[in-house]
Design a protein. Structure first.
Length: 185
């Protein structure tokens, strides 16, 4: 049974990527849970603040949730053809102090999905995340890709995934990732 922790790389309340994670939780196969966590409240990384005050409690709590999960699923927007700054900032804090990288990230299965209102989907942001995963010694799953373009057309006003083709692809993605996490894929 896979316990996957999902993080949206956006702070927006009506984030397409938050909605995509919610849909991932809905389509997860029996025995798999997708728990959604948030990067809200994580301050901008500042080494001086870290030295003076340590790692903020909101970061410690999220580190513990990641460490307790079997895998990490990042739903990334694409800002200016790359990783959203708030998401990268969160990962930078989560990797502090460096000694915690092993507990939080090393050998942890990770997968990326993404949605954007534009036509280019999130291909460049997803590729940019790979260098971060390598640095943190994570274990990316490359079994499938899920990049949702024109996201306004696949969700309703309340954030429900209404496009059946995207729902089917998302269900296949989550099933494959869960099998990878469980050692079956």
């Amino acid at each position: 049974m896979a316990h996957i922790l999902g993080l949206a790389g956006s702070l927006r309340q009506a984030s397409f990527n938050g909605w995509l994670l919610r849909a991932a939780a809905e389509v997860a196969p029996a025995g798999t849970t997708v728990e959604i966590a948030s990067i809200h409240g994580i301050p901008l990384y500042d080494a001086d603040a870290e030295a003076a005050e340590g790692v903020p409690p909101v970061v410690e709590a999220l580190k513990n949730r990641i460490a307790a999960a079997d895998a990490l699923l990042i739903a990334t927007p694409e800002y200016n053809n790359s990783i959203p700054g708030v998401a990268k900032n969160a990962i930078d804090w989560l990797s502090r102090p460096p000694a915690d990288i092993v507990r939080v990230f090393a050998n942890r299965p990770v997968a990326i999905i993404g949605a954007t209102p534009g036509l280019g989907a999130t291909a460049l942001a997803q590729a940019a995340w790979l260098a971060v995963f390598r640095t943190l010694r994570m274990r990316p799953w490359f079994g499938e890709r899920l990049m949702v373009a024109s996201a306004r057309n696949v969700f309703d006003a309340e954030g429900r995934l209404t496009d059946e083709a995207v729902r089917k692809k998302l269900a296949s993605f989550i099933k494959g990732f869960a099998e990878f996490v469980d050692g079956r894929g």
